[in-house]
Each structure stands twice: as C-alpha cells, then as structure tokens.
Design a protein around this ligand. Structure first.
Ligand code: ZN
Length: 92
C-alpha cells in the first residue's frame, strides 16, 4: 500500500503521519491490521476478574456467577444477568 503526498507528490515510504519532504500531513494513516482479539483477554482487560473468565473458559457458568457474587457482592440475579451478558458478548 502506498500513498502520495498531495502537495509534493512524494511517495509515502514511512509510517509517519506527515510527508518527510514537505511535512504535509497525509490524508489518512495506513490501516493497521486489527490484532486478533482474544475474548478472554479482552474481558480481563475490561475489568472482569480473571478467575471468573477462567470459569467461563472452562464452561462453568455457575462457577463464574459464584465468583461474580463474591467479587462484587451482588445478588444471584444480578450476578447471573452480568455473566449471561458477558457470555453473550463473547459469542459475537
Ligand atoms: Zn510532501
């Protein structure tokens, strides 16, 4: 993928956001290939307890709900709803 500077016509040969010759900003930065998302790592990064994610990874929804309740001191209903929504999000 190459881009030409709109001002001086220089080919874009670096990953810099501006032309190395005239310093004009390129119109757009090259698209970066999105890194494959590990849903478990993403969930932990979003603040979910790693132990809870480990339970879900093992297919143990009940265990995950238990950890959620212990971590956030919620009712069983709240914990189940939260874990259900996380499971649904991870299936996307
Ligand atoms: Zn230029």
């Amino acid at each position: 993928m190459s881009q030409l500077c709109a001002v001086c016509g220089a080919p874009r040969t670096t990953t810099e956001a501006a032309c190395p010759f005239c310093r004009t900003l390129f119109a757009s930065t090259p698209a970066v290939d999105p890194a494959p998302v590990d849903p478990s790592a993403a969930a932990v990064a979003a603040g979910w307890p790693p132990a809870l994610i480990a339970e879900l990874d093992g297919g143990n929804l009940i265990g995950a709900i238990k950890i959620y309740r212990e971590t956030y001191k919620t009712s069983l209903k709240e914990a189940k709803e939260a874990c259900d929504s996380l499971v649904a999000a991870r299936r996307r």
